[in-house]
Design a protein. Structure first.
Length: 385
């Protein structure tokens, strides 16, 4: 029999779902937009475009950046803006396809009167087309923000319909996107393809300025690295513990790369992962430089100057891929067919039983060697420069 506490939770969950369904049904009656046919879309009218992706994690956001490339290729003279959360803003800053950033503050007390007024003015600045990328999750806030723009065209996916509603009613253009196991970048682009807009290049992207790249090279030199030997970046962390390859495996990988190829190891970590980085450095019997206190853009710039990145399925790995560094990514619970960075320079090693621990050091080394050879750093197993 169920305990009284569990039964009470079920009762209140049912009440919550009842109110949510009925409130959403009422909102649909009030705000439901009339669907447009594609023949009713005047492409000549589209001069200002807003892309909304403010509700997902860093890796999810980066996998949507090919949408910006596709829009720029199709609308070379348009004003393209992106609405993101403040923690995502660094990776979209200076993006060569983006003219404007609208920053949504996820913490309430950061919404000061001046900040709120600036955001509202940007939102109401006359967008012609708003695109809501709701592939991973569906944010009600994103839909509200899209509606507040007053744009004549609002495009979104048919996926992830709110409970109690007949369709995603804030949109007047709905892309029929089935739920399946396709790659996330392809899913994002599929929304645009409803308007016959796409791109051949599905790689995620961070635009780094020349001065940022120059700073990164100087930073590495100051940290003791040289560029006549391979520089390999390791990142053993991940927000989800099940997504972490064991620390001892990272340590063993570092040992092999140093002893076999005289590689130099740069070890990166998240804000709460210094202890994990220390564990890897202590277990490895070779020199490892721990890289701490870097901002997100500084990390991207430094990693862009390395020859290879080895890490788990986490946001930092997508930062490395977006910066153009060849990557070996260890996958466990998540499916690389959906989440691996797009491109041949990124190798996914998937645990056979969907556990990171099942990935061998040998497999990671072999994948890393192949990528270093493709880059010309190794030639037939020896250093090529």
């Amino acid at each position: 029999m169920e305990g009284p506490k569990k039964a009470k939770m079920k009762f209140w969950t049912a009440i919550e779902q009842f109110f949510k369904r009925n409130v959403l049904r009422f909102l649909e009656i009030l705000f439901k937009r009339k669907l447009l046919r594609l023949s009713e879309v005047d492409y000549r009218r589209i001069r200002r475009i807003l892309v909304i992706r403010q509700h997902d994690q860093l890796g999810d956001f980066l996998l949507s950046t090919p949408v910006l490339r596709a829009l720029r290729e199709h609308f070379p003279d348009a004003h393209i803006a992106v609405l993101v959360r403040s923690y995502q803003e660094p990776v979209i800053r200076h993006n060569r396809h983006v003219d404007e950033r609208l920053i949504f503050q996820e913490i309430g007390y950061n919404w000061r009167p001046r900040t709120l007024w600036k955001f509202f003015r940007q939102l109401r600045s006359g967008f012609d087309l708003v695109i809501v990328l709701n592939t991973v999750s569906h944010s009600f806030t994103s839909d509200i923000l899209a509606g507040l723009t007053g744009a004549p065209y609002t495009l979104g996916s048919s996926q992830r319909q709110f409970p109690g509603t007949t369709r995603n009613f804030f949109y007047n253009l709905i892309a029929p996107c089935p739920e399946d196991g396709r790659h996330q970048s392809a899913k994002n682009l599929e929304i645009l393809e409803y308007l016959h807009i796409s791109t051949k290049n599905k790689r995620e992207e961070i635009t780094l300025l020349p001065e940022e790249q120059g700073w990164a090279r100087r930073y590495l030199k100051k940290s003791g690295f040289t560029f006549d030997r391979p520089v390999v970046a390791l990142h053993p962390g991940a927000g989800k513990v099940k997504n972490r390859w064991p620390a001892q495996n990272f340590a063993k990988t570092a040992e092999i790369l140093v002893k076999k190829y005289d590689a130099q190891i740069a070890l990166f970590h998240g804000q709460k992962e210094k202890n994990l980085a220390d564990q890897v450095a202590e277990k490895a019997n070779v020199p490892i430089k721990i890289m701490s206190d870097l901002t997100l853009r500084e990390l991207a710039a430094v990693v862009s100057q390395t020859d290879l990145f080895i890490g788990n399925d986490t946001g930092t790995t997508h930062v490395a891929a977006a910066a153009g560094t060849p990557c070996v990514i260890i996958f466990g619970p998540t499916d690389p067919n959906q989440w691996k960075p797009w491109g041949q320079e990124f190798a996914a090693i998937w645990g056979k039983d969907r556990r990171c621990e099942s990935v061998s050091v040998k497999d990671v080394i072999r994948a890393g060697e192949k990528l270093l050879m493709q880059k010309g750093v190794l030639v037939s197993g020896s250093i090529g420069r």
